[in-house]
Every structure is written in C-alpha cells, then in structure tokens.
Design a protein around this ligand. Structure first.
Ligand code: NCD
Length: 333
C-alpha cells in the first residue's frame, strides 16, 4: 500500500518498488486519531482505493478464516453494519453484540472480562462504549488489536478516517479547503476525531455552534496551535466561503439536563435556501444519524454527500481491517 509513497520518493514506477515500506497498521490498536500522522492517512486512503478495485476472488482471500468481535455498548447503525459488511467483503466473518442487555454484561460481567473472552474467539475487537477511556482500557487489557468505534464524547477515529477519505475523493485534496463544522461541538465525538485528523493537513476550519456547545477549551487551545481555526455562532457567517459543510447532530443523550437540550434543539438546519448562498462546488457531509439538521429536500441536491460518505465507510474499514490483519498485502489485481 505504501509503494506509491515510496515510488514518489524514489521516482520509480509503483510496481517496481512494492513492499519496501512497512505496513504501519499491522497489529495496531486504533484508539485515538491523534496516533495517526499524515503518512498513515495517505497510506490508508491508497489502500482503500486499491481494495475497492480488486477482483472479488482476490478480495475475499484477504480476511479468509478471520473473525471480528463487535462489542457495542451503545446503539449503532452505520458503524456496526459497515464493519460487518467490510469484514464480509474481504472474506471474513463477525460475532458479537449490538445490545449489551442481550449478553452477560446484563449479569454484571465487566468490560475487561468481556474483552478477554471475545478476544479468544476473534482476531480484532471493535468496541463502542459510552465511557471516555473505554477503548484505551480495552486495548490495554486485550492482546488482540482493538478498534475504537466511538468512546463517550471523546473520539470516533474510524469516522474521521472515512470523513477525510470522503473529502479527498470528492474534493481531491484537504489542504487549502475551507471546512465548516456545525452543531454540537462539545459532546459530538466525531468532531474531535475529525479536528485532530484535519490538523495533519492544512485546511481553514470554521467552527459553528451556540456558545454552550463550543468545542471544549483544552482541545481548542491545542488545535489552534496546529491549524487555522475560527469560531462562529451562525452558519450565515461562513456558508459563502465554505468548500465543505460538515453538519452534526445535537447529542441529546449526552446532555446532563434535558432543558439545556431544548434550548439548542433545531438550532441549525440546512435546506435548499442555505445551498443557494453557498458555492456550487460545496459538499455537504454528516456522520449521521441526522435529527433534523439537514432537510430531506437536500438529499437530491448535487451538494449532498452524506450517503456517499457512509458508503465509503465500508471500503475504508475493509482496508483498515485488512492492514491490521496482514503485515504484507499485495493490492495488485
Ligand atoms: C456518530 C456517533 O456515534 O458518534 N454516529 C456514527 O457513528 N456515524 C454520530 C452521532 O451519533 O451523532
């Protein structure tokens, strides 16, 4: 996968310089997006492109006989099903739970014990958990690689990977783009992973939120030192300059007080009239699920990319699993 990077360095055609560089994802935990550098992203995107163009018979060999464990302590649609579909697409299979009440967690079994049991049945553990730090803890407990599929309000690294991949595919670059991130910047974990991923590139980021849902101070302080960021209250301030409009859901379930949620519910809505104020080349993204932030009338607009974004997630996760499982993959068809 890294042969193109190496080929660029050596100014040689890719095919001649296969496998000169180590697969940097092999056997690796994916807990925080902060652990990835720009070369990791570029390598992963290259692998994603390559895996999607492999013939089925070859693709199905990559994960043959391998098993994913899915431990989902919180609801999920895209993440859980795209991981499963990704594993199936490379010839592997998956086990696990989407509802902790259906397994011995309900009887009081600890996260550590659950991880230790499931790792004996599988090759990679995918964990979604309501607590910050849960994925790091699981990675310490497990001897098999752990992928964080969402930990509390903290991070959702594979979402950020597919978000960046979407921007790359749809805009051809990340550097120099104006990226507006709108909505719940306090509790939305996809926002934190996305921002730290973007910080490996050189975009201009507009953060749009009501004052009570601004990005957490410590992250802002850290990120401001890494890239160009400005804060705004209204979409109007940034819509005409934006190349990417990344909408997020107000995270109702993470508010300590339901009355506070009511104050900000429905605060940002994208409809056709919003798009009229934007560049024709704008793309609209959303990690989904949406809860009213993007009107259904936008779905048929040329700017809408959120369903495409979710679909890229399957291929990107297939590439990620493939790289974690196999030190050496021949992506040539
Ligand atoms: C996100 C999550 O779980 O953080 N969903 C997803 O995985 N695409 C976003 C959200 O729930 O708002």
């Amino acid at each position: 996968m890294f042969e193109l990077l190496v080929a660029k360095l050596l100014s040689r055609p890719a095919a001649q310089s296969c496998r000169l560089l180590k697969n940097r994802f092999y056997n690796r935990d994916i807990v925080s997006i902060k652990d990835l550098d720009r070369y990791d992203f570029e390598g992963l995107f290259e692998a994603t492109d390559r895996i999607s163009s492999l013939p089925l018979s070859k693709k199905q060999k990559i994960g043959e006989g391998r098993v994913l464990s899915m431990l989902f302590y919180e609801p999920s649609t895209r993440t859980i099903f795209s991981f499963e579909a990704a594993m199936l697409s490379i010839g592997g299979s998956s086990i696990g739970f989407a509802d902790p009440h259906s397994v011995s967690v309900e009887k009081g079994e600890s996260l550590a014990d659950t991880v230790k049991i499931l790792e004996g049945y599988s090759d990679i553990i995918i964990l979604r958990h309501p607590s910050d730090g849960a994925a790091r803890f699981a990675a310490e407990v497990a001897s098999k690689p752990v992928i964080n599929a969402g930990s509390g309000t903290e991070e959702h690294p594979t979402q950020a990977m597919l978000d960046l991949y979407t921007v790359m595919k749809e805009k051809g670059k990340i550097d120099g783009l104006n990226i507006a991130i709108v909505g719940d910047l306090k509790y939305g974990r996809t926002v934190y992973s996305l921002l730290y991923a973007l910080a490996r590139f050189e975009p201009q980021v507009f953060l749009v939120s009501p004052p009570q849902l601004r990005i957490r101070e410590e992250a802002l302080y850290d990120l401001e030192n890494r890239m160009k960021i400005s804060q705004h209250r209204s979409m109007e301030e940034v819509i005409s300059a934006a190349d990417v409009l990344y909408m997020t859901r107000i995270q109702r379930e993470r508010f300590p007080d339901p009355q506070e949620y009511e104050k900000v519910r429905g605060i940002y809505v994208v409809d056709r009239s919003t798009l009229d104020k934007a560049k024709d080349s704008l793309i609209v993204m959303h990690p989904l699920p949406r809860a009213g932030e993007i009107k259904a009338e936008v779905d048929s607009a040329p700017q809408a990319r959120y369903f495409q974004q979710a679909h890229y997630g399957k291929t990107l996760r297939a590439a990620l699993i493939a790289l974690i499982l196999n030190e050496d993959i021949d992506f040539r068809s």
